[in-house]
Design a protein around this ligand. Sequence first.
Ligand code: FO1
Length: 316
Amino acid sequence: MAIVALAGGIGASKLLLGLSRAMDPRELTVIVNTGDDIVLHGLSISPDLDIVTYTLAGLVNPDTGWGFPDETFRTLDQLAVYGRPGWFHLGDRDLATHIHRTALLRAGSRLSEVAESIRQSLGVASTILPMSDQPVPTIIETELGRLHFQEYLVERRAEPVVRAISFDGIEHARPAPGVLESIERASSIILCPSNPLISVGPILAVPGVREALRKRRRNVLAVCPIVGGKSLKGPSDRMLAQLGLEVSACGVARMYQDICATLVIDPVDSAQSAMIESLGMKALVYPTVMRTLDDKERLAREILRFSANQATGVSA
Ligand code: FO1
């Protein structure tokens, strides 16, 4: 079974780790959001690509979900001496990744080639693709003005009220090599439990991706990132509410209705099943809160079992 997963960062990585243990990881292709990418200190930083790669390599910091464990920040401290901003915590070991990425990009490599180089070097068996090779920074229009997504999330701790979200340059972006092909060929496509606005949203906005998924709708399954009216990770709930969108499993179902046939919802939201099914989607009720490695693997196995049955036409 060739499985494709659309992923943001930390929330998605939990499920990806489960999937990589529940199946042959070589059959897994991850299409990653790059709207969070930012240039700081002259270095090209791709947080979601790194979070996914470090997680699948077994190298991610388990406490934060990003960066390496037992990091030191001596370079950042020295950068502060020169008056450089230190709000984005780049660890000394993590900086090697950003230096390597920046050097390759400056020498003319595409972001997808850089992702492949890092994947291979860290021994990850799954394919990891950026959504696009063109930079498409996510811009958050707030009460304080336009902020890069990382400025909004990390520097301002997601405090400013959100008025709109845009993806700069999206109209000129193209899906990275392999993105559309993997969606076309996959037996199942999984939308990870990531923020639908700023993690999965940018991937869907790359011209051609939403259309490609629409054609595969029957085989697309999403794991709902909203449980009991709250986000599993990060500020999705707050952002959805500030934009006047419904903060519920049903609200997520409406956002994915045209591209996705199945939504996995947590038992606490089972009362919304009928409403979700009235939108023409199947509501699969299964625990989605992944605290332990067992939780991650169990959810992944259930999704793979359902998807295999779906692909062979067996009723689940
Ligand atoms: N998140 C934080 O909350 N604070 C940080 O200082 C921070 C640094 C950082 C460095 C490298 C990296 O790959 C990720 C980092 N993140 C940090 C996570 C990141 O901002 C977001 O969680 C993702 O962009 C959203 O998926």
